[in-house]
Design a protein around this ligand. Structure first.
Ligand code: NDP
Length: 297
C-alpha cells in the first residue's frame, strides 16, 4: 500500500504532525526506532507546556501517542536506513522492509552527544549512561558524576541526588548554561558537589567504570565513582539521510517557514531542524506546521 504520509520519529513533533495529517484524512504511518516520546520521554518533569501544569515527559508523550492513535496514526517500530526517491513516490528503506508514501516528514530529533573519550563506547551500560531516569536506579547509595552544565545536567543531578550517596556535577566552563534558578536549586542539595572549569579527561576501570580522571582548574585528579552520566547536549539524528537534504553547519536540517526541506515532498520538524529554541512546545508547533503543509501542498 502507498501511504499519503510517512513520519520518521514518534517524539512530540512527529506525533503532532500525525495528529494533523490523520485528522485531515491522510493515511499516515510513523516509523519509530526505539520508543514513543523521543528525548522528551526521558525528562522527569515538564512544567512549561501550556495547559499542563507539570507532568513527566513520559506521561506527556503517552498522552500524545494515545491522541494520535485515536485519529488513526499507525506507529511501527523499525530503523529508517534511507529515503529513496521513486518516479512518483518516496520509499523509506527500513530494517523491517520498505514503506511507500507520497510525502515524508522527518521528525527524528536528536541523540545524546558523546564526550568523545577513548573507552566511552566500552563503558556504555557498564558505568556510563546518557539517561538518569533510565539508569539512575542502578546507582542507589553509590557515587556518581554528571558531566555537563545545562538544564539536562541539572535535572540529572536532582534526580540522582535522591538515589546516590554523592553526586558530582562537572561543568567544563566557569558558568553554567542552565537556567540560574535550576543551578541554585542544585547548589542547595547537600549530597551534590558542583565543580566548574572541570573536564573529564580519562575513563578508568576493568569490566566497568570505577574512576575518572578530571582536569579541574588546571589540576589533574582522579575521582573514584561508580557511574558517569553524560548530559552535554544533543546532536541531530540525520546519518540516514546520506547528504541528500541540505543541513546547516551544525548538521541540523534547513527548513522554510512551512517546514519544507530542500527535497521535494520531504518536510522536517522538531529538534532535528535548524533553529535556536528546542522545547516540547516548539517541537509540537513545528509538527503542526509540517502536517498542515502535507495537507496543503
Ligand atoms: P545544552 O546544550 O543546554 O548544554 C550542554 C552542556 O554541556 C553545557 O554545559 C556545555 O558546556 C556542555 N558541553 C557541551 N559539549 C561538551 C563536551 N564535549 N564536554 C563537556 N561538556 C560539554 O544541553 P542540554 O541537553 O542541557 O539542554 C538542551 C536544551 O533542552 C536546552 O535548550 C535546555 O534548556 C532544554 N532543556 C529543558 C528542560 C526543561 O525545561 N525541563 C530540561 C532539559 C533540557 P558549555 O556551556 O561550556 O558549552
Amino acid at each position: 500500500m502507498i501511504y499519503d504520509v510517512a513520519i520518521i520519529g514518534a517524539g512530540p513533533a512527529g506525533l503532532t504532525a500525525g495528529i494533523f495529517t490523520c485528522r485531515a484524512g491522510l493515511k499516515t504511518i510513523c516509523v519509530e526506532r526505539l520508543a514513543v516520546g523521543g528525548q522528551t520521554a526521558l525528562s522527569y518533569s515538564i512544567a512549561n507546556y501550556p495547559g499542563v501544569e507539570e507532568l513527566s515527559g513520559f506521561e506527556i508523550a503517552e498522552r500524545m501517542r494515545v491522541q494520535a492513535e485515536s485519529f488513526g496514526l499507525n506507529i511501527v517500530y523499525s530503523i529508517v536506513l534511507k529515503i529513496k526517491k521513486n518516479k512518483s513516490n518516496l520509499t523509506l528503506v527500513t530494517t523491517n522492509g520498505n514503506v511507500l508514501e507520497k510525502k515524508v516528514i522527518i521528525a527524528s530529533g536528536c541523540k545524546p552527544r558523546r564526550l568523545g573519550l577513548s573507552r566511552e563506547d566500552e563503558f556504555i551500560g557498564h558505568g556510563i549512561s546518557y539517561c538518569a531516569s533510565c539508569d539512575g536506579g542502578f546507582y542507589r547509595d553509590k557515587i556518581v558524576a554528571v558531566a555537563g552544565g545545562g538544564d539536562s545536567a541539572m535535572e540529572y543531578a536532582v534526580y540522582l541526588s535522591r538515589l546516590a550517596k554523592k553526586v558530582y556535577v562537572l561543568n567544563r566552563s566557569e558558568h553554567f548554561r542552565a537556567n540560574p534558578q535550576s543551578v541554585e536549586n542544585v547548589r542547595k542539595i547537600k549530597n551534590v558537589k558542583m565543580l566548574t572549569n572541570t573536564k573529564v579527561i580519562e575513563l578508568n576501570g576493568e569490566d566497568s567504570l570505577n574512576s575518572i580522571e578530571i582536569d579541574s582548574n588546571g589540576q589533574k585528579k582522579v575521582l573514584n565513582i561508580d557511574g558517569l552520566f553524560v548530559a552535554i547536549g544533543q546532536v541531530p539524528d540525520v546519518d540516514y539521510l546520506g547528504g541528500q537534504i541540505k543541513l546547516d553547519k551544525n548538521g541540523y536540517i534547513l527548513v522554510d517557514s512551512e517546514m519544507r526541506t530542500s527535497m521535494k515532498n520531504v518536510y522536517a520538524c522538531g529538534d532535528v531542524t535548524s533553529k535556536r529554541f528546542r522545547q516540547v512546545i516548539t517541537a509540537c508547533s513545528d509538527g503542526a506546521v509540517a502536517g498542515n503543509s502535507c495537507i496543503g501542498d
